[in-house]
Design a protein around this ligand. Structure first.
Ligand code: GLN
Length: 532
């Protein structure tokens, strides 16, 4: 039977619960265990696919087409867990299912209530993953902060689940903030005491307390937290701020978190380490031999989380190339005002990420023109491919006013448009082309050199496609369509003949990159940028 680790958070949000959960997964995998991770999100949206990045950060897409919370990105980057839509449970999904059952008559004669119907639905959703995956450990992260109204049903569900499976089969890990008050020169434990108190009121007793802190915690402070929160001294784990998130598993290991978890869950196994991770990935990350600067031209630049997987994939590309990455975040609306040159000067490469809606589009097009004309390495992702097509149509093929019909329905040259099947769709939730699709690469193209194979699978999240009517016109002017989705003959990758490194794809390669296994497109993009 799989064992459970429930992760809750206290005091404030943005504590890095997702990274902590992913790091625990990494530590357990290093011991030879098989893990999976679940994120429970208390909001009522069925999935985050309908949310603006300013609300929720990036929407992370899985192979099966699920649009999920960005923490699943951390889970996939840190561990080998194979995640599906079942790994992200939301209040919306739970209610949707319970209400559907109620209408069908499954609860005939009963009053349908939060306890037991909603909590049972949550427990069953978690148990379903545990049963189907054949894993040793299942890490369940509860979104939000203890004390929120929304997360109460989830907390009640994990309380019950722990009772059901028994002490040797489940532990509670509470991630909390231990702030340093500068003016007093003191580290404060009271917020942690309060949040553990709140947890206890609802019947959850933490076994491990992970303390997020900017200063080292003394033995006295740890002992104080242990005393007031009723855990062993060794169960108070320091998680100090680090330069890179990829150092977190090492920091937690230094605190012996892996051994503690194994003991509490009564598990014995090999004493594996993180040597490879430490000696290769982290060393290269911390001691790079050169530097590379990449401009990311987007419209959600102000928000750190909006392009999370892209920033991470760039870091991975820099790691394999032994380089330190500098990201220049450029708001595409500023390019509309000032032109591209002043914002782009000095960068080694330009990246235009995915996006929706017309705001900032013309600035992205200008940035792409600048990359094309000045032979600066360019990587376009999804909308970054569509805008590259629009730029090329207007400025090379002479198609004045060319556009995507997303931005100009009446354009004379709809070089990016909707397929017939998408035109019939009006509902917004989960109706895009989503998830992994096959892509066949043309031999002897740059794409083929990059991937070194001819069949790849990449994840999608878009409605619009390249309009095949214009394929020949583009090819005549020097665009190579190097990747195609064979079943429907859709363009997946484009590149320029007359440019050292200009590639764009309709899919999102950033979702499949890992710190110790950079995605080939990012690896080669950074390599080209270093040469520029
Ligand atoms: N808005 C574009 C589309 O729907 C691009 C989407 C994206 O970049 N993810 O096709």
């Amino acid at each position: 039977m799989a064992k459970y680790i429930f992760v809750t958070g206290g005091v404030v949000s943005s504590l890095g619960k997702g990274i902590t959960s992913a790091s625990i997964g990494k530590l357990l995998e290093s011991k030879g265990l098989k893990v999976t991770l679940i994120k429970c999100d208390p909001y009522i949206n069925v999935d985050p696919g309908t949310m603006n990045p300013y609300q929720h950060g990036e929407v992370y897409v899985l192979d099966d087409g699920a649009e999920t919370d960005l923490d699943l990105g951390h889970y996939e980057r840190f561990t080998n867990a194979k995640l599906t839509r079942d790994n992200n449970i939301t209040t919306g999904k739970i209610y949707y299912s319970v209400i559907t059952k109620e209408r069908r008559g499954d609860y005939l004669g009963k009053t349908v209530q939060i306890i037991p119907h909603i909590t049972d639905e949550i427990k069953n959703s978690i148990k379903k993953v545990a049963e189907n995956r054949k894993v040793d450990v299942i890490i369940v992260e509860i979104g939000g902060t203890v004390g929120d109204i929304e997360s109460l049903p989830f907390l009640e569900a994990i309380r019950q689940l722990r009772l059901e499976v028994g002490r040797d089969y489940a532990i509670n890990v509470h991630v909390t903030l231990v702030p340093y008050i500068k003016s007093a020169g003191e580290i404060k434990t009271k917020p942690t005491q309060h949040s553990v108190g709140t947890l206890r009121e609802i019947g959850i007793i933490p076994d491990i307390i992970i303390c997020r802190t900017e200063k080292n915690l003394s033995a006295e402070i740890k002992a104080k937290i242990a005393l007031f929160c009723s855990v062993d001294n060794e169960a108070v784990i320091q998680a100090i701020d680090v330069e890179s998130i990829y150092e977190v598993p090492l920091c937690l290991k230094k605190e012996n978190l892996d051994k503690l978890i194994m003991r509490l869950l009564n598990m014995k196994c090999e004493d594996g380490g993180l040597t490879e991770w430490e000696n290769s990935t982290i060393k290269r990350l911390k001691f790079p031999s050169r530097e590379v600067e990449i401009a990311v031209v987007g419209k959600y630049i102000a928000l750190q989380d909006a392009y999370k997987s892209i920033y991470e994939a760039l870091v991975h590309g820099a790691i394999v190339n032994n380089a330190k990455l500098i990201i220049r975040k450029v708001d595409s609306e500023n390019i509309e005002k000032d032109g591209a040159k002043s914002h782009m000067e000095g960068v080694g490469g330009i990246l235009v990420p995915g996006g929706f809606g017309s705001r900032g589009i013309e600035g992205k097009i200008k940035a792409i023109q600048y990359a094309r004309e000045n032979k600066i390495p360019y990587l376009g992702l999804c909308l970054g491919m569509q805008t590259a097509i629009v730029e090329f149509a207007r400025n090379v093929c002479g198609m004045k006013g060319a556009n995507s019909t997303e931005f100009d329905k009446r354009t004379r040259f709809p070089v990016i448009s909707l397929l017939e099947e998408q035109k019939r769709v009006s509902a917004k939730g989960a109706t895009m082309r989503l998830g992994a699709y096959e892509c066949a690469l043309k031999k002897s193209t740059k794409a083929h050199q990059v991937y070194k194979k001819i069949r790849i699978y990449e994840r999608h999240r878009h409605r619009y496609e390249f309009n095949n009517k214009y394929r020949a016109a583009f090819e005549r002017k020097g665009i190579v369509f190097s990747g195609i989705y064979p079943k429907k003959d859709l363009v997946e990758i484009i590149e320029l003949k007359d440019h050292p490194w200009f590639m764009a794809c309709q899919f999102h390669p950033e979702f499949k990159s890992k710190p110790d296994k950079a995605h080939p497109l990012f690896r080669e993009f950074i390599k080209a940028a270093l040469k520029f």
